[in-house]
Ligand binder design. Structure first.
Ligand code: SF4
Length: 363
């Protein structure tokens, strides 16, 4: 969560408390775990449930936990998020997650396979595997082979049905050749799309951020991806204005991203998070951070438009959203459909690009 998100969450709690003083309010999540005092101030009557105790939420409402394969209403949904992992024990200087969810945990495969089977049977065309540190999914059970992300994804891909699987954000060092080979050999069932947080393309900034890879290490993993999945899409997160970022570091970072030809960037302006190491470090002046974020966003706009333009004249497979008018392609383009598609994966041809989107007609 960003500082902005914390502020919005607290404002919402105050509003709900003011408008519905009698309502029963249960608050959980990172902020509630990290700073319950802030929650108590905003909503004095709220019950606060720390991240470690979330499993007890159903009991709090007098309910039994849902069975492993139980689904929320997914009819007609284009994408379902399957959380396979939680927690992170890394040490990034700007991040609060390790202080609130320091333990790595992975959901048992039987549970995940049961859920994935139910989603496929319900007609959900795309299952997105997600986790705080997705690539650290690992189950070691007595008498069973060790199962990592590639192994789990391979087992989900074996489930019969007209659906595909996408990986959500993955740390670059977790994009192993085994995982990339699986993507390459899956015939599109594991979407050719990676979102690899970069944060900075300057080694000096990466070091201050306490990221554990170098820009060249990142480049080598990207080269490996592109050699195996030549038409795969590549997206990244970047942080503008991290404390101590000089003009030269910013320029180096931007140049690195230009060289890597991302298909899109998620740009974050650095905002100090209380309780993190970087919270007390001096951030570049706000106008400088804003100007750097603008440069990043301009690059993002260019790269997304180039990604869309490259698709024109080609076929894609779209997971349509609820109204069937738009959907997302395997390489993470938004496709606007010339006529509404029914539910399920739909083959389309991209006729034209419109900024970061493609205009497409189904066959
Ligand atoms: S930024 Fe990601 S990898 Fe780093 S500590 Fe936070 S959750 Fe972990």
């Amino acid at each position: 969560m960003t500082r902005e998100a914390d502020r919005e969450a607290l404002a919402l709690l105050r509003r709900v408390t003011r408008r519905n003083p009698a309502a029963r309010l249960v608050v959980t999540g990172c902020l509630a775990t990290r700073d319950p005092g802030l929650i108590r101030e905003a909503a004095p009557a709220a019950t606060i449930v720390g991240g470690e105790d979330k499993a007890g939420l159903p009991a709090l409402f007098g309910c039994a936990p849902a069975p492993a394969d139980a689904l929320p209403s997914v009819a007609g949904r284009s994408r379902a998020f399957l959380k396979i992992q939680d927690g992170c024990n890394m040490d990034c200087a700007y991040c609060t997650i390790p202080s609130v969810r320091p333990k790595l945990s992975s959901v048992p495969p039987e549970e995940l396979l049961a859920r994935a089977r139910s989603l496929a049977a319900a007609g959900v065309p795309e299952i997105v595997l997600c986790g705080i540190r997705l690539g650290r999914y690992l189950r070691r059970e007595p008498g069973k082979p060790r199962l990592d992300l590639a192994g789990l994804a391979a087992r989900i891909l074996e489930i019969p049905g007209d659906f595909r699987v996408r990986l959500s954000s993955l740390e670059v060092t977790d994009a192993t050749d085994r995982l990339l080979d699986l993507m390459a050999s899956s015939g599109g069932k594991l979407c050719p799309h990676l979102h690899l947080p970069l944060q900075s393309g300057s080694d000096a900034t990466l070091k201050r951020m306490r990221r554990w890879y170098s820009a060249e290490g990142y480049r080598r993993r990207v080269d490996s991806y592109r050699a195996r999945v030549p038409k795969g899409a590549l997206f990244a997160d970047v942080i503008a204005g991290f404390p101590g970022e000089s003009e030269a570091e910013h320029a180096e970072s931007l140049r690195f991203a230009e060289e890597l030809r991302f298909d899109g960037l998620h740009v974050f302006r650095h905002s100090p998070r209380p309780g993190t190491e970087a919270a007390d470090w001096r951030t570049p002046p706000a106008r400088l951070v804003a100007a750097r974020a603008r440069e990043w966003r301009a690059l993002d706009g260019e790269r997304r438009a180039a990604h869309a333009a490259r698709a024109v004249g080609e076929e894609r497979i779209v997971a349509p959203a609820l109204d069937g008018r738009e959907g997302v392609t395997e390489d993470f383009l938004t496709a606007v459909l010339s006529r509404p598609a029914g539910p399920g994966l739909t083959r389309v041809r991209a006729a034209a690009a419109d900024g970061a989107k493609v205009l497409a007609s189904s066959f």
